[in-house]
Design a protein around this ligand. Sequence first.
Ligand code: ADP
Length: 488
Amino acid sequence: SNISLFDLDRTAARSCVNGQWVESPNKKTFQNINPANNTVITEVADIPAEVVEEAIKAAENAFESFSESPVLERSLMLKTWAELVRKNCDDLSKVMTWENGKTLADSKQEIEFSASFLDWYAGEALRIHGDVTHSGVASNHRIFNVKQPIGVCGLITPWNFPAAMIARKAGAAIAAGCTAVIRAAEVTPLTAIGMIKLAQQAGIPKGVLNLILDSNAKVCGEVITNSPIVRKVSFTGSTNVGKQLMSQSSCTVKKMSLELGGNAPFIVFPDADLEKTIKSLMACKFNSNGQVCVCANRIYVHEDIYDTFANALADLVCEMKIGSGFDPEVKLGPLIAASGAEKVEEHVKDAVANGAKILTGGKRPEGFNECYYEPTVLVNVKEKCRLFREETFGPLAALIKFKDVDEVIKSANSSSVGLAGYVYTNDLNTMFRMAKGLEVGIVGANTEQVNDPFLDFGGIKESGYGKEGGMHGVDEFLIEKAISLQIF
Ligand code: ADP
């Protein structure tokens, strides 16, 4: 392979436990597949439960010294890790496009996004502080509220942002002084390996970040959640799996961060700048082929501009080229797997059966494998459609007509999840009414740009809880201890 960060030809891709790249004790492997053409990229050593236990123990051992390490050292490690991620952007992006399918441009954007989180946490590491107050019971008492690293963390990551989710979780853990067992999604092991290799090069000590690659997420999830050593689980993925991990974690009362599914409303008022709004929608909807938890799933357009908006959008969408993510002209690669394209197909069929009309797309493209779906614009989409209750996670722009603020807030909030929501208007009052009324954790106000390390990222309702990045991201990896002191 010409991807120098990876030695893909020599051995099966391996997990990392206590700084060592480990084989599977039972010699089992699973295949890493290129979704663009179904070819095997590499074999991956399949790690059984007992090795996950070893990784947890390694993280426990490493915690003893790492939690005591000077914070300036940890900050510097994160800075160096960020630099190395940027320096190896080409290799990391190639591998990501290969195994995930997203375009090289999207992969490169994700690598920069990943590095920006490591930079952010390098700074945040220096600003972990508690507070001191007087006592309410006696004048010779003082209260110290101090923060300490929580301990060993289980970081369970998805395939749609295979580098950024590792950076966003592991960066916060390191800033806090925690150690971790990271489980990469089984379909994107190589990107994870790349990130961990660079973490090692950055001087992050052995045992601090352990990586598990396995074909059975359930087993690994059970070992992590059942372990009394693991004090915190941070998970990004579907709401169903999040609920399962939450209930499994109840036996040891773990602290949790759950970044679960979204079903983002994207709401356009008639006074919005249409050209800019459509451009923003294209970025919001089609980045990573719509496989993004904050991507627009229900696009509400005011009746006064509905037809104009829909036609202008369809004109742009029908121009988008489908194909291999490595082709620079291609805007949409394959979805992660056949099941991804099937879900889009089902959502389109269901919407059409409920009266929606296809403006462009609406089918599998000819001459491509089962992982592809044409970018699609639907109009006249009704509330009873499946896509109101489930995120499509694919290249489907579903347009809904609305008349007024109250009606659109009510409809947007009818979802059981609440991650991101987007509002486009030049009217300040409408904007604030919407921002206040929407039941979401993140509002994009005239922008789709909510992927920012400075922003407290996280949802409400069944999108989960806990923040990543921003001023509270590191808190998720800390415990707060109150010390009541008497002065004699
Ligand atoms: P997605 O639709 O994004 O694949 P999932 O919730 O299925 O959402 O997957 C997110 C991540 O969680 C993936 O890495 C997946 O392998 C992992 N996962 C799936 N099921 C479980 C489980 N029961 N326990 C732990 N991790 C799981």
